[in-house]
Write a protein of this length. Structure first.
Length: 136
């Protein structure tokens, strides 16, 4: 497992949802030179989660899903994911500042601890311990 050099590897990742994620993965590769790091198949031929690299940069993406009130990522077309070491302290800070929490801090089935919130203008952010570079 690779270890993150904080100065060399990004910790902020754009996260996008596509109506046709398999087609978007192919197109992003052909048009912009993105390479698949990995793709997790989803329901009905969609993509549950994918990570595409371009040089040292990476995007996370997947198929737009059925609306789920417990998960704002099912309908948000884009957002930002930020890797945070001390996620509990970060969550407390966001709560104290009045961030609108969309998904409370919780452990995930994929081994991360994370939460989602909206900023002062409604943009969706997720903060957590999931590091897409950990297995690169």
């Amino acid at each position: 497992m690779a270890h993150r050099s904080e100065a060399a590897i990004p910790n902020i990742f754009p996260a996008l949802k596509f109506k046709d994620a398999p087609k978007a993965i192919d197109w992003l590769g052909r048009a912009f030179g993105f390479e698949k790091q990995f793709v997790v198949p989803g329901e009905d031929g969609g993509v549950a989660h994918a990570q595409l690299r371009h040089g040292a940069g990476m995007i996370m993406m997947g198929s737009a899903g059925k609306p789920d009130p417990a998960n704002p990522w099912t309908t948000a077309p884009f957002g930002i994911y930020v890797v945070i070491k001390d996620i509990d302290a970060h969550y407390a800070r966001a709560m104290a500042a009045g961030a609108k929490i969309e998904r409370p801090l919780a452990d995930t089935p994929y081994g991360a601890r994370e939460y989602s919130a909206r900023d002062c203008e409604g943009h969706l952010w997720s903060f957590g311990t999931y590091d897409p570079y950990a297995d690169s």
